[in-house]
Design a protein around this ligand. Structure first.
Ligand code: A2R
Length: 316
């Protein structure tokens, strides 16, 4: 049995490949879009530009995977402000290319499409915890494209009887994540302080927002569980179900690091927080799969700090 992972060389892909081998016992084929075949080493590598519909169909016909995890995306909210056209192209047209290729196959593989908790956007405090039926009010182009992906996949699942399972995944964290994301950013700064590369201060933005953070190693186990037990045509929130204040995460990072660090508010990072709390209701995922997050926040932070300690080139 074979699983195909699109966008395999990103943050989630290598963890997912390992989980697929361990949990599902499938062999893994991962697609990369650059020519650097070293960028994915957890399985067989195929080059694929998701923007090329003929190439997507040819790859599926050639590999004949029983299961597909669609991760390929322009995944950065800030980049989606700077280059909305690219984000729409990859996330909407790229996903449509995959869906349309699936429609043309002579069999129907299970497909997990990675969506985002950002799709909910402006959530009122009385709407928390958000269920999958919640009205979507995306607040940025990335979120809008992921909401579009979800809607397109829902239509294709019904119209063509495809086995499409959609996620709305909340914040991920863990070793290997880019420091454009808050937990990796704070951990990197803490390690820079430890090594004397910056004054004993962590530059922070708004710390009052509450968000749900899940270790990437738990997230990928949820994806393999959905591949086994998820219902085609359905959407599942993926998260711990417990929002944490960013300020508390920072305190924990400082505690786990052990370095003497003071937070300093940086005007550049200080964005207004329109949505004070986003917390998902994850009971649908729990009931369908039995999945539960296993890794404590302290452990993720310790591992992420170690990752930056071991990769000094990332501290420059
Ligand atoms: O830009 P690259 O070469 O690193 O490749 C990225 C890939 N990708 C594409 N693949 C094929 N054709 C394209 N036109 C194309 N554009 C981008 O998608 C990268 O390897 C992958 C996305 O990885 P990350 O940005 O690291 O996302 P992450 O954190 O692994 O999230 C996985 C999924 C995404 O759909 C997120 O939106 C969702 O989970 O939360």
């Amino acid at each position: 049995m074979k699983a195909l992972i699109t966008g395999a060389s990103g943050f989630v892909g290598p963890y997912l490949a390992k989980a697929v081998r361990e949990n599902l016992k499938y062999e893994v084929v991962g697609t990369i879009q650059n020519h650097n075949t070293d960028s994915f080493s957890e399985g067989e590598v195929r080059e694929l530009d998701i923007m090329d519909p003929a190439a997507v169909l040819a790859l599926l016909q050639d590999e004949h995977p029983q299961c597909i995890f669609h991760l390929a995306a322009q995944s950065s909210v800030s980049k989606s402000w700077k280059d909305p056209a690219e984000t729409v192209s990859v996330n909407v047209k790229g996903t449509l290319n995959l869906l349309d290729a699936l429609r043309q196959l002579e069999y129907s593989p299970k497909v997990i499409l990675a969506g985002s908790g950002e799709e909910y956007g402006y959530v009122r405090p009385d709407e928390v915890p958000v269920k999958e039926e919640q009205f979507l009010r995306p607040g940025n182009i990335y979120a809008a494209t992921k909401a579009g992906q979800n809607m397109m996949a829902t239509v294709y699942a019904q119209a063509y009887n495809l086995q499409l399972i959609m996620t709305r995944s909340f914040n991920h964290m863990g070793p290997g994540q880019s420091p454009v994301f808050v937990v990796a950013d704070f951990c990197r700064q803490a390690v820079r302080v430890e090594k004397g590369l910056q004054s004993p201060e962590i530059h922070v933005g708004n710390l009052s927002a509450m968000r749900d953070f899940t270790d990437v190693r738990d997230v990928v186990n949820a994806y393999t569980a959905l591949a086994q037990f998820g219902m085609p045509g359905e959407t599942y929130n993926v998260g711990t179900g417990r929002a944490v204040k960013i300020a508390d995460i920072l305190d924990l990072i400082i505690k786990v690091s052990g370095a003497d660090i003071k937070p300093v508010v940086d005007e550049e990072k200080l964005r207004p927080v329109d949505v004070p709390i986003i917390e998902p209701d994850v009971s649908k995922l729990y009931k369908a799969t039995g999945w539960r997050p296993q890794i404590a926040l302290e452990q993720t932070i310790a591992d992420t700090l170690d990752y930056f300690r071991e990769n000094e080139e990332l501290l420059k």
